[in-house]
Design a protein around this ligand. Structure first.
Ligand SMILES: [Zn+2]
Length: 169
């Protein structure tokens, strides 16, 4: 039987997430550190206000330069959603999707300045992912969150067990 595309996608994403080395305890910022270490590149998170006049801007974006990765995420939303946006962008990174490379023209120092809207616009005109890539990134984000919850749940019950046995806090 030929597997349906959806289950093939899920299988591929599950395998990718399983290969990832996730931090324990899990948090999105710890994951960013760990991915930066695994890629041997710096990873910067940039909270971003949706620039005025930009209506169809996605909630997040990953920009790679020659030396570092930059993940932009909208901050005018819940922490949960912010983290999901970041995980989604990390998903693109982990899947090795074609990326918005701004090359030498990109100056991270300009982020947060008045030029931010322009930088985002420039990046967006250069890169857009296809539907499969979007679904892949979204699924990877969800799977990472699930595994993260398992890791933390485990540590939590281990801590409780330790406490019950008279160790730890
Ligand atoms: Zn995406």
């Amino acid at each position: 039987m030929v597997p349906r595309p959806a289950s093939r996608l899920r299988k591929r994403c599950t395998a990718m997430v399983r290969r990832l080395c996730l931090p324990d305890p899990f948090s999105v910022s710890a994951l960013c550190d760990s991915i930066a270490a695994q890629r041997g590149r710096k990873l910067y998170l940039h909270p971003l206000d949706k620039p005025d006049g930009v209506v169809d801007m996605p909630c997040g974006m990953w920009v790679a330069t020659d030396v570092a990765d930059h993940v932009f995420f909208e901050q005018q939303t819940s922490t949960f959603h912010q983290e999901h946006i970041i995980l989604h962008e990390l998903g693109h990174m982990i899947c090795g999707h074609t990326i918005a490379s701004l090359g030498d023209g990109f100056d991270p120092a300009a982020v947060g300045s008045d030029d931010t809207g322009e930088i985002v616009r420039q990046a967006l005109t250069r890169a857009s992912y296809n539907t499969v890539q979007e679904r892949e990134a979204e699924l990877v984000a969800t799977l990472i969150r699930e595994r993260g919850r398992q890791i933390n749940g485990l540590s939590e019950s281990e801590r409780r067990l330790g406490k019950a046995l008279g160790f730890g806090e």
